[in-house]
Design a protein around this ligand. Structure first.
Ligand code: PGA
Length: 261
């Protein structure tokens, strides 16, 4: 059953998530960490950087795998996920460059790029902890509605909703310049992580969160497959949790401020 932590706001969520990750890192300094990009994780990464600079955590033995990358953006493009990761996390911590794994959206042979990524994950022994955001359409990584439970790292098409969400001015200045394709870990790849931590903030995510937790798993809402993962935790802010119905026991609240009856 998915464990749920509800925090009062996005700032508290970032602190709670960084505490969660720091705890895992202290137990296992050579943690293999799956990482996400997007607006939700920016505050989390600054909290991790703060803890690193304060000497609380160390990344020297950590290995990372990012979830996805846009097809056709050079690695140093301002909106590539590689640029995002260096800007918000990697440039500020002591992780060795050789421990960082990112999909190459410019790869000529995308099938091979994706196969090699799966091989690299397997060679580390697998991902210990995968961090996820969620799309307002319920996507995880770029596994859009309709993505299969047994999907692995591959080239995918972004849904119109995702193109609109990422072209709203936060990242790309409009949807016309958002790439239509990406390389993305598959749902099976994500489900093989030993532990999963999904983060969501804001009312725009509340319906996706309700459906992920309270509707039967289905490829209509890829995040709903997480219900079948043995060790999955959601950290939500109050707004993202606002549509949950706690009369319907499909998840376990392990800490919260308040939840609608
Ligand atoms: P966001 O993206 O954090 O920018 O909302 C999350 C996602 O699409 O997975």
């Amino acid at each position: 059953m998915i464990k749920v932590i509800i925090t009062p706001d996005a700032h508290t969520l970032a602190i709670a998530a960084s505490q969660f990750i720091a705890g895992r890192l202290l137990r296992r300094p050579n943690l293999v960490l799956g990482l996400a990009t997007g607006g939700t994780v920016i505050d989390l990464y600054s909290e991790l950087v703060r803890r690193y600079k304060a000497g609380e955590i160390d990344f020297n033995h950590v290995t990372t795998f990012n979830l996805d990358e846009y097809v056709g953006l050079p690695p140093y493009h301002p909106q590539s996920y590689q640029t995002f990761m260096f800007k918000h996390l990697f440039s500020h911590i002591n992780i060795p460059r050789s421990h960082i794994h990112l999909l190459n959206g410019m790869a000529q042979d995308t099938k091979r790029e994706c196969r090699d990524y799966e091989t690299a994950i397997a060679a580390t022994g697998g991902i210990d902890l995968q961090i996820l955001g969620i799309g307002r359409n319920g996507h995880i990584a770029f596994n859009e509605p309709g993505a299969k439970r047994n999907s692995r790292t591959r080239k995918v098409r972004l849904s119109d909703d995702t193109i609109a969400a990422n072209g709203d001015g936060r990242f790309f200045k409009n949807s016309n310049v958002v790439p239509h394709e990406a390389l993305s870990m598959g749902i099976e790849t994500i489900m093989e992580a030993r532990e999963i931590l999904l983060l969501a903030t804001g009312s725009g995510k509340s319906l996706a969160i309700k459906r992920a937790l309270q509707e039967p798993p289905s490829d209509d809402l890829p995040a709903s497959f997480l219900q079948t993962h043995p060790a999955c935790t959601f950290i939500l802010d109050r707004e993202a949790s606002s549509l949950l119905n706690n009369q319907q026991v499909t998840f376990e609240i392990i800490s919260h401020e308040r939840i609608r009856a």
